[in-house]
Write a protein that binds this ligand. Sequence first.
Ligand code: NAP
Length: 336
Amino acid sequence: MHTRRIANLEVSAIGLGCMNLSHAYGTPPSPEQGERVLLAALDAGVTLFDTAALYGFGANEELVGRVLAPHRRKITLCSKGGMAGVKGEDGVTRRVIDGRPATLRRNCEDSLRRLRTDVIDLYYLHRWDKQVPIEDSVGELSRLVEVGKVRAIGLSEVSAATLRKAHAVHPIAAVQTEYSLWTRNPEIAVLAACREIGAAFVAFSPLARAFLTGRLTDVGALDAKDIRRPMPRFSAEHYPRNLALLPAFEALARDAGCTPAQLALAWLLAQGEDIVPIPGTTSLDHLHEDLAAADLPLPADVVARAGELINQRTVSGPRYPAQATQEVDTEEFAAG
Ligand SMILES: NC(=O)c1ccc[n+]([C@@H]2O[C@H](COP(=O)([O-])OP(=O)(O)OC[C@H]3O[C@@H](n4cnc5c(N)ncnc54)[C@H](OP(=O)(O)O)[C@@H]3O)[C@@H](O)[C@H]2O)c1
């Protein structure tokens, strides 16, 4: 697999988003299947693995740690803190955004233990906690770098302004934000700011949470707890309109000799050498299909046409429900 750079780390051009192995899209696969996916990714040349304290409230880091610890020196291990599961007085664990320095320190210690390592290569602030100045959160992450627990710092879902403030405290190696044909928010300002300061851009949900694969046709069949259920673009109002974008996109992929998922990933890779997509999957077949996108020789006109077919103007519905929109710090496009 080709490689790309995140600061001084050389990583596979496509990384593996590990979230789905424990969290998010319905019932997660068995730990045995999770292990098979992680090892197959490693075998196929993936060296960038992305997890977070949040995913499965620690279970995802435990899985990644158990399976990948023997291969630790071969991989770039990325995790995130500042948004994790916290057990309430009622005994129920809930997702809490907390970017206070003491919490970040504790999150990092917990992640190191679960990941069975003494250093995390790239440690992200999962969300900027708007109650805490970004300088304070990043200041604490820089102390984790100083004491050798973290090699490089990243931010997730931040605006260009927040990124610049953070970078003034400590060099930011990467920004991880949703980016795909149907979510173009980073094109407003964040991508340019990354390029200005020399941060890599890690694109999460690069397959639009399965929409761009063309294989998610019945959102009514999604599990009750699937996190796509409350997302407007997957609603009964908007999804049929979004599905109507697919036949032309699928035909474009077919003519180019690839699958829609591969076209979606190749489009992202073509947006710049500084972009590293991290698709997630629970399936070995999907994994191999997705990774093959890194070696696709796609003509520039096909890439351009894909961008014309699916973009923020053609897609229907905002990307997040109102509450989740408040939690992110990105410059959103106006409606549509
Ligand atoms: N920083 C953040 O706030 C944040 C937020 C979300 C995600 N992330 C990271 O980004 C990673 C990827 O994002 P994501 O999982 O949300 O979205 P994604 O990669 O865009 O889509 C994942 C979905 O697509 C399906 N899929 C993958 N390849 C496929 C193929 N070839 N054919 C058919 N279906 C396919 C998967 O189902 P199957 O299992 O059936 O393949 C899964 O339902 C996560 O694992 C996580 O590490 C970060």
